[in-house]
Design a protein around this ligand. Sequence first.
Ligand SMILES: C[S@@+](CC[C@H](N)C(=O)[O-])C[C@H]1O[C@@H](n2cnc3c(N)ncnc32)[C@H](O)[C@@H]1O
Length: 211
Amino acid sequence: MASIPLKDKDKKVQDTGFLSQWNLFFRQFVKHPGMIGSIIPSSTALVNHILDQVDWANCRLFVEYGPGVGTFTRAILERMHPDATLLAIDLNLDFVAFLESRIDDPRLKVVHGSCADVRRFIKEAGALKADYILSGIPFSTLPKGVGETICAETHSALRPDGAFLVYQYSRFVRRLIDPVFGEVSESLTWRNIPPCRVFRAEKRVALAQAA
Ligand SMILES: C[S@@+](CC[C@H](N)C(=O)[O-])C[C@H]1O[C@@H](n2cnc3c(N)ncnc32)[C@H](O)[C@@H]1O
């Protein structure tokens, strides 16, 4: 596995250790519980369970919603093709600043904003459609109507046969993704606090439409 170069310009964010990441994550949870949705970052077992589902050789645009302190971000970059792009979108400016100061990889673009604007961010990154979109945002605590918009925008932002990978603590999100995506499969990872559900929603487009 390749290692991800870390930025070292800012002394205040030099400590790349687990504790400082957990500390920032916990403080953001206390400030914005509804936006963060979890008290600690995802486990390595959950990261591997999800990222093992990706066809890395053929992935050129990977989008991550809600990267937080970069638990998935680093692991995605380790697996990603040298010519691929990772677009990470987070609503929390402290997380965006943290990631920008910590990870020095030209394949990573971190943007501050809502993933409801994913299509605009993809366009601004000079790309067309995403191969995969991964989401850890807390769908069950989003303001009314936002989850529906995000799922519809996500479907439009994916290429035909692209996949939306979602990890959540409950099955709430099924009521949002099922009406939009043709095919949804589900699994459960016990080795996470708390145990986490993973949904894989495939964008299936009829041949006539895809042409
Ligand atoms: C549970 S944390 C996940 C953090 C990290 N991916 C992990 O697995 O440890 C949820 C993240 O979603 C972000 N978030 C919440 N709503 C969002 C939205 N509408 N658009 C983009 N990011 C959002 C939060 O700021 C937070 O970073």
